[in-house]
Design a protein around this ligand. Sequence first.
Ligand code: 1CP
Length: 327
Amino acid sequence: MPHTPVWFMRQAGRSLPEYRKVREGTTMLEACTRPELVAEITLQPVRRYGVDAAIFFSDIVLPLKAIGVDLDIVPGVGPVMAEPVRRREQVDAIGVLTPDDVGYITEAIGLLTAELGGTPLIGFAGAPFTLASYLVEGGPSKNHEHTKALMYSDEHVWHALMSTLADISAAYLRVQVDAGASAVQLFDSWVGALSASDYQRYVMPHSQRILASLAETGVPRIHFGVNTGELLPLMRDAGADVVGVDYRLSLSDAATRVGDGVALQGNLDPAVIFSSPDAVRTRVDAVLDSASGLPGHVFNLGHGVLPTSDPEVLAAVVRQVHERTQH
Ligand code: 1CP
């Protein structure tokens, strides 16, 4: 690539007027099952920003819905379960995911790879801890108290749940790669709520199994979470080719923590997009300065695009990254 590649987590979605327009009258979950709509929404930010990758439009709870978990995505809230999952029988009732459960995903990726030309398509899945948090809490959570209570109180049920979720995420990522996705990102958005030792004991083996299952495909594997400064070396050891870094740690400090042999992705604070043009430029430069000398850098935000972000500012960030890193 002639410059540092750049894409944005949540680059599709509410910040784009063209997204709001095509989503009118369609629920989020319905939208995710319509291949033409998924393809259109995935392509919108690529057209608008000239980003160097598309991220498949879907949600981390989609594969759970696809295998019959009773849940909804509530506008302005996020994923909400009909019933929180906290007991052994409930865990045992969660099935496995087969490619037939998500035929519309294969179809949407087929449409996309035809339209994207050379632009890579990133597939994604939720990592077991983050999915477990939605299942056990019953919806979005700040403190993950029920999730941790299950983890600490009943390690057998916990590992059974994590193992079930790992199988689902691994199968879901494999469907995406088989359909043509050229990279994958495992989103463990909320795992930063754990200490390193808890991560190692209760989470890491499961995420590791997902990432290892994809090794033979040869696609780059990105492993991302928020508030993971203390977990980055373990997240690398779990099998990532690229470690995503949130905005709480500079990329150079993150590189010291993860060591050689792995690329970093990140890490502009999504709130910077609301600053003056000069402040945005300075902050983008600071991320690029911090990344100079790394074995690999994918420019991104430190977490998803905030819904009220101005698309013009994101477009300017893409131009700046491309211009400054051209070689
Ligand atoms: O750029 C894109 O195409 C975005 C596609 C995308 C992705 C990668 C969506 C669409 N969701 C996700 C992943 C996702 N979903 C994550 C991991 C990424 C992250 O950390 O931001 C998480 C934690 C979720 C769960 C979720 N789904 C939330 C967060 C709730 C919470 O706990 O704070 C929300 C609001 C949703 C719904 C959702 N997903 C996507 C969209 C566009 C929406 C809003 C839909 C609507 O309300 O109509």
